[in-house]
Design a protein around this ligand. Structure first.
Ligand code: ADP
Ligand code: MG
Length: 246
């Protein structure tokens, strides 16, 4: 249901993604793992075209954007694709001048044009889901990192995206606060939320991933069901990487 084909991405002379193809199955959690600098964030940002690949195809459901050198993708196709995604960032990126509730309502009102009362109802339900209902009127600056990230997850889910893209969702958090975020993500996973998560945290990946894609040097060196990749990695560099988990 999400498919990237032959994605090429360079920053200047830095060839970051070298013809990467991945599939993200519906209702599963796909962990994108690999060393720092291996291109995890870049690949994630290519899914919603926050980064524009030089070439390749990005498909989510019926939305499809074809990239080729020297031609710009159609903006309406880019928007259609982007609307099928929600994104959670390492550093939360809540709007600082809006309360938790307003953060979650914002996209529903301004992008989807929902009436405020309807948006408020959905936003409150989502805050409840992530355990942040009592903090609906709090400012981001008064919340812990784990609380901010839970609000950010609610915001990303508000427009009912097909896939939740998470970029190192716990790595800015102390272990104690990371746990509450992992619990929320694990609950969403159990409910069948499709996720693609870039993480260098193998424990997080081992906890909730159903599928794993291992990136190295701009290539997918191994991918498959999480059990298989973690228990019986085939590729030598995957073996070394997974060995750090024990
Ligand atoms: P990871 O998330 O796996 O740590 P990134 O995707 O962030 O890796 O980075 C992969 C490579 O792309 C790195 O060499 C990084 O410096 C480079 N890179 C990422 N984003 C940009 C950017 N906006 N401009 C220039 N280089 C970038
Ligand atoms: Mg990254």
């Amino acid at each position: 249901m999400i498919r990237l084909d032959k994605i090429e991405k360079s920053f200047g002379t830095n060839h970051v993604l070298r013809g990467v193809s991945i599939e993200v199955p519906e209702g599963g959690v796909t962990a994108l793992i690999g060393a720092s600098g291996s291109g995890k964030s870049t690949l994630l940002r290519c899914v919603n075209l926050l980064e524009t690949p030089q070439s390749g195809d990005v498909r989510i459901d019926d939305a499809h954007v074809h990239l080729s050198p020297g031609s710009k993708p159609r903006q309406d196709a880019v928007l259609a694709l982007r609307r099928k995604t929600g994104m959670v960032f390492q550093n939360f990126q809540l709007f600082p001048h809006q309360t938790a509730l307003e953060n979650v309502m914002e996209g529903l009102v301004t992008v989807l044009g929902q009436p405020r009362e309807q948006a408020r109802g959905r936003a409150m339900a989502l805050l409840d889901k992530v355990g942040m209902r009592e903090k609906a009127d709090a400012w981001p600056s008064s919340l812990s990192g784990g609380q901010q990230q839970r609000v950010a997850i609610a915001r990303a889910l508000a427009p009912a995206p097909k896939v939740l893209l998470c970029d190192e969702p716990t790595s800015a958090l102390d272990p104690q606060l990371a746990i509450e975020v992992v619990e929320v993500l694990a609950q969403l996973a159990r409910e069948g939320t499709t996720m693609l998560m870039a993480t260098h945290d193998l424990r997080l990946a081992a906890t909730i991933a159903t599928n794993v894609v291992f990136l190295e040097g701009g290539n997918v060196v191994e991918s498959g069901p999480a059990q298989q990749v973690f228990r019986a990695p085939q590729d030598e560099s995957t073996k070394r990487f997974v060995a750090t988990l024990s």
